[in-house]
Design a protein around this ligand. Structure first.
Ligand code: ADP
Ligand code: MG
Length: 320
């Protein structure tokens, strides 16, 4: 199989054409149009074997996750997915692997109406790099710098199960097989909160997706918004599997575990009902977990309002 056959068989021919992409895969560039008055939201995320996933990882789940983590960035911006590019380094052209990988990729792409418009394919250590393009109306993007003092802080879904799964795989925690499998699905098959991000346009102020741990990612919002926050650690929704562990581990993994791909966002207290309506419309649970304030820093308090101290290390590729 040549490089071009590979691209045609596993990528070009896997999706119907779209009118807004008059020229897709096959030329030096793709040509596409954004809808009138919309801005493009653009983001890249890369998965590297041995760094972001274990060698021998399931190809279909890898195809899903590589796109999911990118769609999650669009979700956190309140942007609507439109297109993506795929840069792929493969150690070898294995047809069974490519079949499964592209299946996982296009299953998710089609669910979100996101068209593959180009990429690059080379031999090399397994690396999957995707760039997504979405659309958002100029004033409606959910920017990290848009938090306001007094805003409620919210988070979607439940946190910590993906981190627990990783602890299981690394044998830092002993998990029964069923719990390893259940939490493993949270790690391998994250569901990007695209519908919620869209529903929150005009309702939420700032948003971020949680890829490196809630506390660390929230600090990016605080920094960009020039604010501090109080976070109620006992109000953070705990993943179903993690909820069976002791409270210390629950708090640690909810606050600093990675790979959750939930949205953390701020919204004015006057929008509480609107936030809940948006969550319902998006069929995504949300929880109120604190508030933004002018005092700098992040204060984590328990249900008795006692200040809690954690040694939290959010994920950093150049430290850990
Ligand atoms: P160039 O040499 O101009 O970089 P390539 O020969 O690498 O172009 O790619 C040929 C066409 O196939 C281009 O349109 C490119 O965008 C597309 N392409 C290459 N690899 C992929 C891939 N993994 N997925 C989707 N499109 C791809
Ligand atoms: Mg090329």
């Amino acid at each position: 199989m040549t490089e071009f056959e590979l691209i045609r068989r596993y990528f070009t021919e896997r999706q119907p054409p779209q009118a807004y992409v008059p020229l897709g895969i096959g030329d030096d560039c793709a040509l596409m149009s954004a809808r009138a008055g919309m801005q493009l939201a653009v983001s890249s995320d890369m998965l590297v074997e041995g760094r972001h996933f274990f060698a021998g990882a399931d190809a279909r789940m890898l195809g899903h996750k590589a796109l999911a983590v990118n769609l999650s960035d669009l979700a956190a911006m309140g942007a609507e997915p439109r297109a993506f590019t795929l840069a792929l380094a493969l150690p070898e052209a294995r047809e069974d692997w490519l079949q499964e990988f592209s299946q996982g990729l296009f299953d998710l792409a089609q669910r979100h109406g996101c068209q593959l418009i180009g990429g690059d394919t080379t031999r090399g250590p397994l690396t999957i790099s995707i760039t997504v393009l979405g659309e958002v109306a100029p004033a409606l993007a959910l920017r990290r710098d848009a938090g306001r003092p007094g805003d409620d802080l919210w988070v979607s879904g439940e946190l910590g199960d993906a981190r627990l799964a990783l602890a299981g795989y690394l044998q830092q925690q002993v998990l029964p097989a069923s719990e390893q499998e259940q939490s493993g699905m949270r790690m391998h098959m994250p569901l990007p909160r695209v519908q919620l991000g869209l529903a929150l346009r005009g309702i939420a102020h700032a948003a971020i997706d949680i890829s490196d741990g809630l506390a660390g990612d929230l600090k990016h919002v605080l920094h960009r918004s020039g604010l501090g926050a109080t976070l109620w650690c006992d109000s953070i929704p705990v993943g179903a599997v993690l909820a069976k562990q002791d409270r210390r581990l629950q708090r640690e993994f909810c606050l600093s575990g990675g790979d959750d791909y939930e949205l953390c966002f701020s919204a004015p207290a006057a929008h509480r009902a609107a936030v809940l309506a948006a969550a319902q419309q998006a069929a995504t649970p949300v929880s109120r977990i604190g508030y933004l304030e002018t005092t700098p820093g992040l204060r984590i308090v328990d249900a008795q309002d006692q200040l809690q101290f954690f040694q939290l290390s959010s994920f950093d590729h150049f430290i850990s």
